[in-house]
Design a protein around this ligand. Structure first.
Ligand SMILES: [Zn+2]
Length: 420
């Protein structure tokens, strides 16, 4: 019995083939879509991308996955999620709709603080059990790599607990999980009105939490919510520079609702990504374009918040930046578990071409996790992270929005979402 798996009979194959790094500016326009091309997988790795008849001749004993004239594509890389949380937050959705702004809801102890109270009250087993089906739903949309942030614990103990739940999810597979420590998501309420409280929480993150995260290798990245009213640029700098000696690379939530200089800070610090950017300044656009930092845009959040505006994706691409798309899946501002819908928003709201949206959700999502040489492309030597969608043209996936069109996804050659 051969352990080779052939993905054949695809109408189109989105290979995203190209250099193993973030695609910038005009490079994003080409998703290297081909016809009559299949993929051979051995174990966890792609070993050949050739016409079907060539693959069959080369691997005569292989098992076949019939793509049924659908679309064969790289698994999506969802490079920004907050998948480990307790309850949903329906009430807030309605409050915002009736005119109460997000930061005001947070100031009243709602918003993120309700998720913090909730997470602290739950056991590790409960959090693990809640997250599993969410990952399965992401996989059912073609996602094979998911970044998950902590940030609803906001004590050293509960941040570590969250990161250990993320570790359990990673060990359980089959989706690849990347962990990010977002202890600097907000100032915990118990520190808020105490003199020196903000500094005390930042001290706890840098001096107590980070060494323990590093000791148990619980996170690849450190993140901070850099936004006027949350953490300022100098506080964000402290959090991210404090993480570096512990082996965590910087990422930021930056300039989501107001320009606070977060994107420029990300570029200056060599952050792997700066995320949100709906209120980025012209200086921030220029700084990202001149840097290696991926501009990760989260259009579902802006849609769900009903802000009526979006990050300037076209300006970023035209300036030469690398743009990624992610779901920002979280209970407050983006309860979205369908990555293809993120592509739709990329095209309809951010004005990306379909090819740019594909690159943003695959190659550039991988780059936003430091994985551009590992996943996001269908080329030999890359990890066998693939999905099959029941459409015959790569432009049709963002077009038929709201449909469940993914019929199978595989991470490192293992099924994440079973073909029908
Ligand atoms: Zn986020």
């Amino acid at each position: 019995m051969s352990d080779t798996l052939l993905f054949v009979n695809a109408a189109q194959t989105v290979t995203c083939a190209g250099p193993p790094r973030a695609r910038r500016g005009g490079e994003m326009a080409d998703a290297a879509v081909r016809s009559g091309i299949g993929v051979a997988v051995q174990g966890a790795e792609i070993v050949a991308v050739e016409p079907d008849d060539v693959l069959r001749a080369r691997f005569p004993d292989a098992r076949e996955v019939d793509c049924d004239r659908g679309l064969l594509a790289p698994g999506f890389v969802d490079s920004h999620t907050h998948t480990v949380f307790g309850a949903a937050r329906f009430a807030e959705h309605e409050l915002r709709a009736t005119g109460v702004p997000y930061l005001e809801i947070a100031r009243r102890g709602g918003g993120i603080h309700s998720s913090v109270r909730d997470l602290r009250s739950r056991s590790d087993d409960e959090l693990f059990a809640l997250a599993g089906p969410r990952l399965a739903r992401l996989a059912a949309g073609g996602v094979t790599t998911v970044e998950i942030k902590s940030g609803y614990g906001l004590t050293v103990h509960d941040e570590l607990r969250t990161l250990r739940v993320i570790r359990r999810l990673a060990d359980a597979g089959p989706c690849h999980i990347v962990a990010t420590c977002l202890a600097a998501h907000e100032v915990p309420l118990e520190y808020r009105d105490v003199p020196g409280g903000r500094e005390a929480w930042l001290d706890a993150i840098v001096h107590e939490l980070y060494p323990q995260v590093a000791r148990d290798r619980l996170a690849a990245f450190a993140d901070v919510f850099c936004e006027p009213g949350v953490f300022g640029v100098e506080e964000a700098r402290r959090v991210l520079e404090g993480a570096r000696p512990h082996g965590m690379r910087p990422k930021l939530h930056a300039d989501e609702l107001h320009d606070g200089g977060g994107a420029a800070l990300g570029a200056e610090l060599g952050a792997v990504s700066a995320d949100h950017l709906a209120a980025i300044s012209a200086g921030g656009v220029a700084a990202l374009a001149a840097s290696e930092t991926v501009a990760t845009l989260l259009p579902a959040t802006m849609l769900f918040l009903g802000t009526g505006r979006h990050a300037p994706a076209r300006r970023l691409i035209e300036a030469g930046a690398a743009v990624a798309l992610a779901s920002d899946f979280n209970p407050g501002t983006s309860p979205l578990q369908s990555f293809p819908l993120v592509l739709t928003l990329g095209v309809s709201e951010l004005r990306l071409s379909a090819a740019e949206a594909w690159i943003a959700g695959t190659v550039n999502g991988a780059a936003a996790l430091g994985l551009a040489g590992v996943t996001g492309q269908l080329v030999p030597g890359f990890r066998a992270d693939l999905a099959v969608h029941a459409v015959d043209d790569y432009r049709a996936l963002p077009y038929w929005f709201g449909e469940r069109l993914c019929v199978g996804s595989w991470a490192a050659g293992r099924a994440c979402h079973a073909p029908r």
